[in-house]
Design a binder for this molecule. Structure first.
Ligand code: CJB
Length: 824
C-alpha cells in the first residue's frame, strides 16, 4: 500500500505538474489511474512478446464501436489491488468511490453491439486468448443526453477534454490512409492484367492503445483505436500570404474523420463521412495486422493459420475488399489464391435482422472514394454469381427454371439496383467469410430461414450460432460488491472466472437465512441508487417499492410504449379506486434515442410527460412513481442493475437479436418480465420458464397474425382500458395546453399498422404484470426465485461465448500457462 501511495504522489507531482498538497480529486484520480497503468504495462509488454515467442495465432476483433465505460474500478479488481487502493486513497484523504466518479465514461459506441465488444475483450484477456480489439478513438463519443421540458437534448461528449490517463498515443507509428484517386491498369511479366491505385488524398492513422487486463492472470491485451491525423501541418503558401485559417483548413478537414461517433443505432445513416470512417479504420488495421504477420512470415498463404479476423457487424466489411486489394495489387497474388486467404481469415457476426439496419453503400460513392475497391467488389460479385449458377444447375432441383435462377441471382447479388444502385455489405461479408454467426438461437434460426435463406441453401455450413454473453467481472463482481461478497462467502470467488460455479447457490435458495442476506444485499443496492437519484435528480425514492426497470436504447421494437401503456393503465386503476391490491412500484426508464429518430424522441417525451403527471398526483404517488434516468450509459447501468428487481425485456418477438441487458439483470438477481425473444428464450430455458414472467405472442404467431391481416383497431375497440390509455395519450391529459403532442405515437399504433404489435400484446402484458405484483408480496418466494435466476446464469458469461468463438470459428487456443487462468 505504501508503494501505491508513493506512486500516486509522484504522479501528482511529476506527471501532472501539481502540488500534492492541493488535494484536487481530479489530480488524484488521474495520478491513481497512471499508477495503475504502470502496473499493467509490464504485463502488456510480456503478453505481446509471448505471442511472438510462441508463434501464437492471433484474433483481431474489428468493431466500429466499443463501450468500455469507466476503467479504474475494473482494473483495480483485475489486478487484485482494490482494497489496497481503497486504503491508500483513504490515507491520502479520498474516498475511492468519489475518485472513480472523476472518470468519464468512454462512450465509443451506441448500445449492445459496442458493449458486447468490450465484454469480449475482457473475456479474451481473462481466458488468455491472443486477441486485439481494433476501432476508432472518437474525439466525441455517444452524445450526452439531458432532458429539458421532458425532451431529449443532445450535448457533445467531450470526453477527451480532460485527457485519458489510460491510453498510450503512439504518434511515431503512423499509417497512411488513402481516398479517391484513380486506378491504372498494367500487364505483368506473365501477361496478366494488374492494377495500381494512385490515391487523391492521404490521411494518417495514429494508434492509441488502451490496455485490457485479464482477471488475476498477468495477461493484458490491447485495444488499439485509431485517431486521424492530417499529413499536412500547415499549407505554407496560405500561411505566407497571411491566410492563417486557410493554412490549417485541410488539416482540420482531414482530422474530422475520427471526430465523432455516429449516434445512430439500427437506423440508416448512409453518409459519406461514415464510409470514410469505416475505410480509415479498416485499412489502418489491416496494415497493422500484416506488418505484424510479415515480421515472421514471407508466404501470404500462411495468413489464415496465423490470423483470424472477426467483423463485428458489417461496419468493417470493406476489410474484405481491402485485403483482396493488398494481396492482388501489392503482393501480386492470383485471384483464387487471394480469395482463399480472405475467406479463410474473415468471419462475420450479424447483430440484427431489422431491414433498415442492413447496410448498403451507393455504388457511385464507392466508385469515387474507393475506386479500386469497387472494381474488386464487382469482380467478387461476377465470380460469385457464376458460382451460384453452377451450384443451382448442378442441384437436383427440377423446379429451378431460368426465371427462378434470375430471381435468385438478383436476391443474392452484392449489388442491389433499387432505389439506387448500391452494394449490400451483408452479402459481401457473407461471401467473403468462412463463418457467419447470429447472436442467439432464435436470431440465428431467423437468419437461416428468412433473412439469408438463399445463402443458407448455398452454404449450408456457414451460418452458425454464438449466443452472446456478458463479463461477470464488471457486471457482477465490480458492479455489485454487496451481492458478490455474499456469494463469495458461501461458494468462494471461483465464479468470477467460472460463472457455472453459481449453480452451487441453488441449495441455498431454500435457506431462510441466506434469503434474508440476499434481500439485504438488494436493499443496500436500492439504497445506493436512492442516494444517487437524490443527488442527481433531487428525488426521493421509496426503497420499499418494487423497482421495475426498462433501460436500453429507445426504439419502437423494444416497446417502451407497451410499458408506458401499462403505467397509464395502472395510473387509471389507482385513480378510479380499482386497484386496492396494487403492489407499490417505481418504474424506471432510461435510454438514448438516435437524434434523427423522430418517433423514439417523441416516446421519451411521452414517458416524461406521463411521469410528471403521475408523480404530481397525490392520489397515487405513494403507490406509483415513474423515473426517467437521463444519460443512460455503462456506469449508470452499473448502479441501476444491482438495484433492480424486475427487468423489462419486452421487445416484439423475433426483433431483438439477443439482448445482453437481460443477462446482466438476471445475474444480479432481478426477475424478468419478457417476451419469447432473443437470448431471453435461452435464459428462460436455462433458469426454468416458470421462474420468469413470460408473456406475449411468439415470433411464428406474429408472422401468421400478419399474414392473416393484423388489425390494431380491433384491440382498441375491444379493450376498454387500452382505449382509455390511448385516448388519454392522444388528448392533452399528459401534455396540458399541447393538444395532439403524442398523437403521432397513437396514430402510429392505430392507423400506421402497429408494426411492432404493441396492441396485440397489451392484455397479456398486463396479466404478467399482475402476476409480478402478486408475487412481490410474497418476499420469501420472490427471493427464492431471484437466487435461482442468478444461480442458473452460468451459460451467459462472455467467457463461454469467447471460448466457443475461439474453438469453433477462430481455431485459436489460450496461451500456454493461462488455460486455467493462472498467471505466468
Ligand atoms: N445491436 O447494438 C446494436 N446495434 C446494431 O446496429 C445492431 C444490433 C444489438 O447488438 C447486441 C449485441 O449482439 C444484441 O444483443 C442486440 O439484440 C442488438 O440489438
Amino acid at each position: 500500500m505504501e508503494g501505491l501511495k508513493k506512486d500516486v504522489i509522484r504522479h501528482v507531482v511529476s506527471s501532472l505538474g501539481s502540488d500534492y498538497a492541493s488535494k484536487s480529486a481530479y489530480n488524484y484520480y488521474n495520478a491513481l489511474a497512471l499508477a495503475v497503468r504502470d502496473r499493467l504495462i509490464d504485463n502488456w509488454i510480456k503478453t505481446q512478446r509471448s505471442y511472438y515467442d510462441e508463434k501464437a495465432k492471433r484474433v483481431y476483433y474489428l468493431s466500429l464501436e466499443y463501450l468500455p465505460g469507466k476503467s479504474l474500478m475494473n482494473n483495480l479488481h483485475c489486478l487484485g489491488i482494490y482494497e489496497t487502493a481503497r486504503k491508500a486513497m483513504s490515507d491520502l484523504g479520498f474516498s475511492l468511490e468519489d475518485l472513480a466518479e472523476q472518470e468519464w465514461d468512454a462512450g465509443l459506441g451506441n448500445g449492445g453491439l459496442g458493449r458486447l465488444a468490450s465484454c469480449f475483450l475482457d473475456s479474451m484477456a481473462t481466458l488468455g486468448i491472443p486477441g486485439y480489439g481494433y476501432g476508432i478513438r472518437y474525439d466525441y463519443g455517444i452524445f450526452h443526453q439531458v432532458i429539458e421540458d421532458g425532451k431529449q437534448v443532445e450535448q457533445a461528449d467531450n470526453w477527451m477534454r480532460v485527457g485519458n490517463p489510460w491510453a498510450y498515443e503512439r504518434g511515431q507509428h503512423l499509417f497512411p490512409v488513402r481516398f479517391f484517386g484513380e486506378v491504372k491498369n498494367w500487364t505483368d511479366e506473365y501477361g496478366r492484367l494488374r492494377h495500381t491505385w494512385t490515391a487523391g488524398d492521404t490521411v494518417l492513422a495514429m494508434p492509441c492503445d488502451m490496455l485490457v487486463p485479464g482477471w488475476d492472470n498477468h495477461h493484458v491485451i490491447n485495444m488499439r483505436l485509431w485517431s486521424a491525423r492530417s499529413d499536412v501541418e500547415f499549407d505554407l503558401d496560405f500561411f505566407n500570404t497571411g491566410n492563417y485559417l486557410g493554412a490549417v483548413e485541410e488539416k482540420i478537414f482531414d482530422e474530422k474523420i475520427s471526430k465523432v461517433l455516429y449516434p445512430s443505432d439500427q437506423i440508416e445513416e448512409g453518409r459519406e463521412l461514415r464510409l470514410k470512417q469505416q475505410y480509415f479504420f479498416v485499412t489502418a488495421t489491416i496494415q497493422d495486422i500484416l506488418r505484424r504477420f510479415r515480421k515472421k512470415h514471407q508466404d501470404m498463404t500462411e495468413l489464415p493459420q496465423s490470423v483470424a479476423i472477426q467483423l463485428n457487424d458489417t461496419h468493417p466489411a470493406i476489410a474484405i475488399a481491402e485485403l483482396m486489394r493488398i494481396l492482388l495489387d501489392e503482393d501480386l497474388l492470383d485471384w483464387e489464391v487471394a480469395w482463399d486467404i480472405c475467406v479463410s481469415t474473415f468471419a462475420y457476426t450479424n447483430h440484427t435482422i431489422l431491414p433498415e439496419a442492413l447496410e448498403t453503400w451507393p455504388v457511385s460513392l464507392l466508385e469515387r472514394m474507393l475506386p479500386r475497391h469497387m472494381q474488386i467488389i464487382y469482380e467478387i460479385n461476377a465470380r460469385f454469381l457464376r458460382e451460384v449458377e453452377r451450384v443451382a444447375r448442378s442441384e437436383d432441383c427440377g423446379q429451378l427454371c431460368h426465371r427462378d435462377l434470375d430471381h435468385l441471382k438478383q436476391r443474392v447479388s452484392l449489388i442491389q439496383e433499387r432505389p439506387i444502385k448500391s452494394v449490400r455489405m451483408a452479402h459481401l461479408a457473407i461471401i467473403g467469410s468462412h463463418s457467419v454467426n447470429g447472436v442467439a438461437a432464435l436470431h440465428t434460426e431467423l437468419l437461416k430461414a428468412r433473412v439469408f435463406d438463399d445463402f443458407q441453401r448455398l452454404y449450408p455450413q456457414k451460418i452458425n450460432n454464438k449466443t452472446n454473453g456478458v463479463t461477470p467481472r464488471r457486471w457482477l463482481w465490480s458492479a455489485n460488491q454487496p451481492l458478490s461478497r455474499l456469494i463469495a462467502s458461501h461458494i468462494g470467488t471461483g465464479f468470477v472466472r467460472n460463472l457455472d460455479e453459481l449453480t452451487q447457490l441453488e441449495p441455498l435458495a431454500a435457506d431462510p437465512a441466506f434469503r434474508e442476506a440476499w434481500r439485504a444485499a438488494k436493499l443496500e443496492n436500492k439504497q445506493r441508487l436512492q442516494a444517487y437519484i437524490k443527488r442527481k435528480l433531487m428525488r426521493e425514492l421509496h426503497t420499499e417499492h418494487l423497482f421495475d426497470v426498462h433501460i436500453k436504447r429507445i426504439h419502437e421494437y423494444k416497446r417502451q410504449v407497451l410499458n408506458l401503456l401499462h403505467v397509464v393503465t395502472a395510473y387509471n386503476r389507482l385513480r378510479h379506486g380499482q386497484a386496492a391490491d396494487f403492489t407499490p412500484r417505481t418504474v424506471f426508464f432510461g435510454g438514448k434515442a438516435a437524434p434523427s429518430y423522430f418517433m423514439a424522441k417523441r416516446i421519451i417525451h411521452a414517458i416524461n410527460a406521463v411521469a410528471a403527471t403521475v408523480n404530481a398526483d397525490s392520489r397515487v404517488n405513494d403507490k406509483l412513481q415513474v423515473v426517467y434516468l437521463p444519460n443512460y450509459c455503462v456506469s449508470q447501468a452499473e448502479r441501476v442493475i444491482p438495484a433492480t428487481e424486475l427487468s423489462e425485456q419486452i421487445s416484439t418477438a423475433g426483433m431483438e437479436a439477443s439482448g445482453t441487458g437481460n443477462m446482466k439483470f438476471a445475474l444480479n438477481g432481478a426477475l424478468t418480465i419478457g417476451t419469447w425473444d432473443g437470448a431471453t428464450i435461452e435464459m428462460a430455458q436455462a433458469i426454468g420458464p416458470e421462474l420468469l414472467f413470460i408473456f406475449g405472442m411468439r415470433e411464428d404467431e406474429l408472422v401468421s397474425l400478419r399474414q392473416h391481416g393484423y388489425n390494431p383497431m380491433l384491440y382498441y375497440h375491444g379493450d376498454e382500458e387500452l382505449r382509455e390509455a390511448l385516448d388519454m395519450l392522444r388528448s392533452d391529459a399528459f401534455s396540458p395546453g399541447q393538444h395532439g403532442l403524442f398523437a403521432p405515437l397513437v396514430d402510429n399504433l392505430l392507423h400506421g399498422g402497429d408494426r411492432f404489435f404493441v396492441l396485440a400484446d397489451y392484455r397479456q402484458y398486463l396479466g404478467a404484470q399482475q402476476d409480478v405484483g402478486r408475487l412481490y408480496l410474497d418476499q420469501e418466494e420472490w427471493t427464492r426465485r431471484s437466487i435461482l435466476n442468478a444461480a442458473r446464469m452460468g451459460f451467459f458469461s462472455s467467457d463461454r461465448a469467447i471460448s466457443q468463438y475461439a474453438r469453433e470459428i477462430w481455431d485459436v487456443a489460450p496461451m500456454a500457462g493461462l488455460q486455467n487462468g493462472k498467471g505466468a
